[in-house]
Ligand binder design. Sequence first.
Ligand SMILES: [Zn+2]
Length: 346
Amino acid sequence: MEPTAPAIAATETQEREFVRAALDVPPAGDGVFYSTAHREEQERTLCPLCGSDSERLVFEVRDTMFHRPGMYRLVECEDCSMRYLNPRPTMSALARHYPDDYLCYTNFEDEHWLLRWAFNRLQQDQARRRVRQVEAVTGRLAAGTRVLDVGCGRGEFMARLQRERRCLCTGIDINPSVLARVYDELGIAVVHGTFPQARCPDASFDLVAMTEYLEHEPRPRQVIEEARRVVKPGGFLAIEVPDITGPPGRWFVDDWWQLDAPRHVTFFSPQTLTLLLQECGFEVLRVKRYGLLMSMGYSLLQAMGFHYFGSNKLAYLTMSAVLGLPSLPFLPLLPDFMMVVARSRH
Ligand SMILES: [Zn+2]
């Protein structure tokens, strides 16, 4: 994997352009309406995988994290079994569902030392696991490998690849303050906005990674087609998403932590994600399903009626760890996440 294209530099001019692009939300089209129950603009959608309008209601789900009003409908496509929210907040309405204390944006430097230590440890373990899962397919990533992390959040995955493999990383995210920290503290190039707005050059990356991102994306097909365009011929795409068909997703139903409505709008299974990737020009090489102790703990907490409180993260994290601990020996049997690694066929 030899680098062939220049890295995307995050200059102030580019940054201003991307901020402007991110604010340039498409005008309301057919299917857009104002929901008084949710007090927000919403849109009805066809199946984001196959375009069918034939759906059935699976169950209704509320925002268990920030307790905003209204119930969201989780539906299943009757033609391809894809699950998604319908209706869902419009792109502009979605922005207010991502406050700065959303878990993947939280700056833990300001938190209790114990929480800082525990969260840092969790993040490091997560980054290490992700690198291991990707390299199980790609082999050890060579120095100079160009990596694009879409929905990079605090950038731990890129930091590890940069530090331990000397990869050349670029991160994209919609949260400007988290990107500022990635740029300032890790020295990693960043682009503010959505993936299509970033306008990356054709065939410029050896690896495109999307970890816990695609489930937030109202238009996943557009995103995968964009990945296909920017990855080099024979390059890799690594996608980590919750698997709604695993035992925790089935058992906890609307208390399953990974529903996270309405921030999660699409819910994949190994079958639906494989179908999407194949239709967009990728060959799926590996689907690794796995469970996480904290996810089990979070789901159990929610099933017991406790919900995430941004003001008391320490108690929440501790209770989740304690509750999740007994499931540790059984986690291989309790997958609610999957890492799918695919290769561009062109
Ligand atoms: Zn469908």
